[in-house]
Write a protein of this length. Sequence first.
Lengths: 369, 307
Amino acid sequence: MRTYNALKQMTLFHFRLTMRNKIGFFFNLVMPILFLMVFGSMYSGSSSEIAIGLVDQDGGPAAQMVRQALDQSGLYKVTTGEEAGLLKKLDMGSLRAVLVLPSGLSEQMATRQAPATVVIRWDSVSQSSSAARAGLEYLLRGIEADARGAAPLLQVQVTELEAGTRVNIYDFMMPGMLTYMLLNAGVVSVAISLAYQRQTGTMRHMFSTPLSMRVWMSGRVLANLVLSLLQIALIWAFGMVLFDVHLPSNPGGTLLLLFLCAVAGLGMGMAIGTLTRNADAAQPIALVIAMALTFLGNAMMPLDNAPQIVQALMKLMPSFYMTHALQVVMMKGQSLISVPFDLLVLAATAGAGFLLAGWRLRKLFVIHG
Amino acid sequence: MRSIMIEAQNLVKRYGETTAVDGVSLQVHAGEILGLLGPNGAGKTTAIEMMEGLRAPDSGTCRICGFDSLRQTGQVRERIGIALQSARLPEVTRVLEVLQLYASFYPDPMPVGDLLRQFNLEEKARTYCLDLSGGQRQRLAIALALVGRPEVVFLDEPTTGLDPQARHALWDVILGLKEEGRSIIMSTHYMEEAEKLCDRVAVMDHGKVLAEGTPRELIRQHGPEAALELDLNGAPADLAELSRIAGVTGVKSEDGLVLLHTANSPATLMGVAAYAQERNLPLSDLKTRQATMEDVFMALTGRRLRD
């Protein structure tokens, strides 16, 4: 009964400290939602279609065929108009490419006197424009082959990796956001708070009582799990209401995995908070580590094309395994046993962090139990 | 015969070349207040922390209520209450919350409401520790030290930094604890505090206990019969000449005041009057008083306590 009461009070103590820290509150609960909005709008837009302009100076059957192919692809949102006006829109970024079908195109294609020329205008400073150009080139080659009556040599079948449910851009972002959020709460908030409690003597005072290390540490873990539950509920609620995010395919497994991620982040934060000299030293160290974990852990942005050295570094980040496990369990709905290595890395991270923190605290204070 | 609640034997603590505590041995009996009196850096806090079991000594032992303070931490910590030097309270935690938290660590804690009443903190129950005044913080720190119904209470410079009013209010609290039968060991560098509160005083300097006894015993054994304080109104004092006046056992000059320790007050008074007359010095203020712990400290160390 006494241990239960002490554990409850210790959990409340840690939780209140976290929630009453205004900066911590912002970074733990508000920032992830802002990230979701900002990154989501960066990568999505209101439609998944690519906006292009079409200048139809031909008006014949060839132009008709191109229009039809563009419509059938389902990839393009086509705006027709005069070349000058559309080029202005391309320059402003509201169109990704402008396709010009010159007058006499149909006649030229029908007589086959010489190869007919169509013009794709694109913006070389825009990655999206480059992608639009490549797509249009591919589409036009298909039309050209059809017109020649040549049979295709290769057929491409497009199949998505199996996901438990239909996903949108925000669903794709959820594992990264959750990883960022849990890491921030564990690594940054806990490290700074712990170093500050050490520095001001609060911990020394507390450990001068019969408080045991076991109760103190369990309270810390429980407080972070409560916080992570709040974070998860909040980001999902916002995601579902504002961005049509779907519930995870494997809710139970996802929650357990998220708790493990939170505990791994907490372990790292406790190690930083106890090993650094004081709060001033803990803050930059925790921030740098959290940023490395976030950005090199494949959490905030995919680094598939990063140089080899970066890819090797990524594999050293526990967050890399967090993101991967979340993608598998949360988005594809697979069970936890399908990601044993990820779980092992996370558990080892948590264990190593707690051991280091416990060892350091026993060096700093004479602790009972 | 009252039982021994704290028994420290030959405690030694070194930091590199410096010996912070050098063979301190002390006993505190049930219902007694023992004061450790000494200037900053005398080793009081280190000695107290070794007795509490918060700091491991290089040698020596301490037993609290019969338990080894380092090896039997569980038993010891359930029997002691500690108010560390300048209260270390979690800033954004409310008074009520921090009392509830500490109460949860003990097997039979005092009701938190009683503590709030006893320490006049009821109105501050919902206030963050950060927003408490110095006196309120110290009262809360002592309330936290008492929440586990301790038999032994350690108070490390409990009134440092407080204004006189808050200090006197805290003295009443400490005397109240003694009346409840608790054993208290407290450190202080205020001699008035030591005289007022402590049954016995151990004078410490450079990590050693120089003398120990009741304030009256210490004054009788180590202090002068009386002390004279004279204000020469800014005129320079010839301390060598003053030390040769009949009865004078010690001389100290500070802030324009000259302090003379004497074993013969009338003879010294006559000598001082003659000294002033010969030099045509304005004796704007001349006081004689009984010796105090301050004088004891000066007699033992050659320095004043606040030096």
